[in-house]
Design a binder for this molecule. Structure first.
Ligand SMILES: [Zn+2]
Length: 294
């Protein structure tokens, strides 16, 4: 869909889009913000909108409130608690994975241990059987006796090896169980911490929301006292520049901090009080105040 670009009245050379006109995809609003067209004329241009000095001063209140709202919005989006929660959540994920891995390893070990213990039992049974045959005097031939004794010897060695394996498995199991305990304890601590940080985040967010509602209320009140054409101009500039109006203080635009030269200041001095002035540099509405240094 084609996009509608807006023009800053009195501010743009012919090339940027005209107010309300539909354009095919072209430079974005962001482009025009970053590459503000320079006015074709010299000093501060008088806009087509006229407004009483009181109405113009209200724009400064409006700009302050808009800045406050932008600050609150930025704070709301960048709560330190949100970053902390993301960190806690990532750690909780790691812990969960580690616990699952430990659980799996413990299961494998238990099976291995059962197998090894069964092997030990089998060897022990065979030793007992061989010993029973020996004790019963069933074997009398010297050669057969020697074979039986040697088999018992090797079975005993095998039993020793298998018992060694069982011990080793038990040690590994103990290590894993204590690791599992540590992980579970950390997971529990993390749960408590997450609940605390969540509560803190909610409190902070609620506070900001309340301040935002208050500032938005005040803004509506101030905006209601600004003539609609002046307000529309202010909003248009604010949309493209972020800030719609700035005070002229001690010969300087408070928006971009440009100090106006004598020619510009003389032109402003010559302007009627209801002329709406624009800063040549930043194109904001330049509001005259008692401290303007005129
Ligand atoms: Zn300026």
């Amino acid at each position: 869909m084609a996009k509608v670009y807006t023009m800053i009245p009195g501010g743009n050379p012919p090339n940027p889009p005209i107010l309300g006109e539909t354009f095919p995809p072209g430079p974005s609003a962001r482009f025009w913000r970053d590459h503000p067209p320079r006015p074709a004329w010299g000093a501060t241009k008088l806009g087509p909108v006229k407004a009483s000095p009181q109405s113009q001063l209200r724009l400064l209140e409006l700009a302050d409130l808009d800045a406050e709202l932008a600050r609150l919005d930025h704070r709301r989006r960048n709560l330190p608690e949100a970053a902390e929660l993301a960190r806690l959540e990532a750690r909780a994920g790691e812990l969960k994975d580690a616990l699952v891995a430990t659980e799996t390893e413990l299961g494998d070990l238990a099976r291995e241990q059962t197998r090894a213990e069964r092997d030990v039992d089998q060897v022990r049974t065979r030793i007992d059987r061989d010993r029973a045959r020996l004790d019963a005097g069933q074997v009398s031939a010297a050669r057969e006796l020697a074979i039986l004794q040697s088999e018992i010897e090797s079975l005993r060695r095998r039993q020793g090896d298998l018992e060694e394996i069982v011990l080793e498995l038990m040690e590994r199991r103990e290590g894993l169980v204590s690791r599992q305990d540590e992980l579970s304890a950390e997971r529990d601590r993390l749960g408590v911490e997450t609940a605390e940080v969540t509560a803190r985040r909610d409190t902070a967010a609620k506070e900001i929301d309340e301040q935002t509602a208050k500032a938005a209320d005040q803004r509506s009140g101030v905006a209601a006292g600004v003539p609609s054409d002046l307000l529309a101009l202010y909003e248009q500039i604010r949309d493209s520049r972020g800030v719609g109006a700035a005070a002229l203080r001690a010969g300087r635009c408070e928006g971009c901090h440009l100090t106006l030269n004598t020619v510009d200041l003389n032109q402003i001095r010559a302007s009627a009080p209801d002329e709406v002035l624009r800063c040549e540099e930043c194109r904001r509405i330049l509001v005259r105040t008692p401290e303007s240094g005129l």
